[in-house]
Ligand binder design. Structure first.
Ligand code: GLN
Length: 308
């Protein structure tokens, strides 16, 4: 296959770009090696290609959000989830403090307010928080096709300084969007964000979304097709936060970024793509990741608004 050479060449073309900076509000992420660089593709039939620092594990961070949203939709149904979390792009930063006027719902499940609410909707209603986080880690593992675990150092580092997320959770509780102790919601959400993955795991997780919710390597059905359609739609409109419009025009596929430097994209019926490069732009999206994705979709004619 020409794909490995193509990937190696693409990585080389962005290698010298050192713009952006690692996330500094989570101490453990601030210390990440900023030069790490990797990319992976997984096709709908489960062929996996990767290049660069493919063995380096990092915390999934906000890339967990679409997957947990899909799990919540699968577990609780659309009515319950949409009743608590809207699906409008906010045009605001990922940690924005505002809720929808009138309803008090978070504007979408990709910003932190919406993701904390989504976290509380995964699993059985009334399940205890330990079972819920287990359900979430098992679900993320099913998307990846192997057992994933939590990076405790990242968890401790983030939870110790999670003042803003605690404020968001308190706001959700005050508005009746969550009905539990806000600290428990933030603790669970932070564990969810601390799940450790490699770029290959991310490509496979994205490929599972691209493949109607069925993991293309294990064959396991992870979430039903309607939940996948909903999730990909929200990724397309809100996955890149206040950079979402720029992303959709330049790159043109549903995507999600995370502050540790990961980035995924899913092209329905075709492939899952992932990159890893820790330096971020002002939106909190990976600088070299965005460049790589722009290159991938234009070289391969993947932009959804373009007739192949
Ligand atoms: N755990 C991070 C937070 O809540 C996730 C943010 C992100 O990856 N954009 O702040």
């Amino acid at each position: 296959s020409p794909i490995p050479d193509y990937l190696a060449e693409a990585l080389q073309s962005v290698e010298s770009d050192t713009t952006g900076a690692t996330a500094d509000y989570i101490p453990e992420l601030a210390d990440a090696d900023p030069d790490l660089l990797a990319a992976a593709f997984c096709t709908e039939d489960g062929r996996l290609y990767s290049q660069g620092d493919v063995d380096v594990a990092f915390s999934i961070q906000s890339i967990s959000k679409p997957f947990v949203y899909a799990l919540a939709l699968a577990d609780r149904g659309f009515d319950e989830v949409l009743g608590k979390i809207s699906v409008e792009p906010s045009g605001d930063a990922f940690n924005d403090m505002s809720l929808e006027e009138g309803t008090g719902r978070p504007r979408n499940p990709m910003i932190n307010a919406g993701a904390i609410a989504t976290h509380t909707l995964a699993g059985r209603r009334g399940a205890d928080p330990k079972d819920r986080i287990e359900r979430i880690i098992d679900g993320l593992s099913a998307f990846a096709g192997r057992p994933l675990d939590v990076d405790e150092a990242v968890y401790e580092s983030e939870i110790a300084t999670a003042y803003r997320n605690r404020a968001l959770a308190n706001m959700l509780r005050a508005n009746g969007i969550i009905d539990e102790d806000p600290l428990i919601a933030v603790s669970g959400y932070t564990r969810q964000c601390s799940v450790r993955v490699t770029v290959e795991d991310l490509a496979l997780m994205a490929a599972t979304l691209a493949n109607r919710g069925v993991n293309p390597r294990t064959g396991a059905p992870v979430v039903p097709a309607p939940a996948v359609r909903q999730t990909l739609s929200v990724m397309a409109t809100c996955g890149m936060y206040d950079g979402a419009g720029d992303w959709m025009t330049r790159v043109g596929i549903p995507a999600k970024s995370g502050v540790s430097g990961g980035l995924i994209g899913a092209l329905p019926g075709q492939a899952g793509l992932a990159t890893f490069s820790p330096r971020l732009d002002d939106h909190g999206n990976s600088v070299r990741g965005v460049d790589l994705f722009q290159r991938f979709t234009s070289d391969m004619g993947m932009h959804l608004m373009e007739v192949p």
